[in-house]
Design a protein around this ligand. Structure first.
Ligand SMILES: [Zn+2]
Length: 159
């Protein structure tokens, strides 16, 4: 048995999920899952709880409240080196994200913001390339900044 505080994942992908519309939930699942793959392609070990839970929630009538899901997701988060909060529409009002950010901060796990664009119009401040997903270097989900890094440069600078 490994020690309890040894990280198993490099990044825990957080983002809004719950919505009254099943279409919105499915879109968020698609976007968060795609981003998890962006990080995996760079060689990182990724925990993506929405990717994990969405098909399970579809297969069963499971509760939708945050506490119930945090019980499932907290172990993934606590065994991750950092949290990436993907800035999808609804992130600001997401109870789940609020709980995840608090849990991370209470446990000294850094939180980074991820900006999303579907039009490749985010420019990496390090290499100048255009990307559809870019990680903010600041350890805050609330501080908006133009300093975005592509996943490769972010790994190079902050890893
Ligand atoms: Zn770059």
């Amino acid at each position: 048995m490994e020690s309890n505080n040894k990280p198993l994942h490099d990044v825990y992908v957080a983002g809004p999920y719950t919505d009254t519309s099943s279409l919105v939930r499915a879109q968020r699942y698609d976007q968060l899952t795609y981003y998890a793959g962006v990080l995996m392609r760079e060689g990182l070990r990724v925990a993506s709880p929405i990717t994990h839970s969405h098909p399970i929630a579809l297969a069963h009538e499971l509760p939708e409240y945050t506490d119930w899901w945090m019980r499932q997701d907290a172990p993934f988060l606590l065994h991750s080196k950092c949290v990436h909060v993907v800035n999808l529409h609804g992130v600001g009002s997401s109870d789940g994200v609020r709980h995840e950010v608090k849990l991370a901060k209470d446990n000294g796990i850094p939180v980074y913001g991820v900006e999303v664009s579907s039009e490749h119009d985010l420019t990496c401040c390090a290499c100048g390339k255009r990307f559809d997903y870019a990680v903010s270097g600041f350890q805050s989900t609330h501080k908006h900044t133009q300093e975005y890094y592509c996943p490769q440069c972010w790994i190079g600078k902050f890893w």
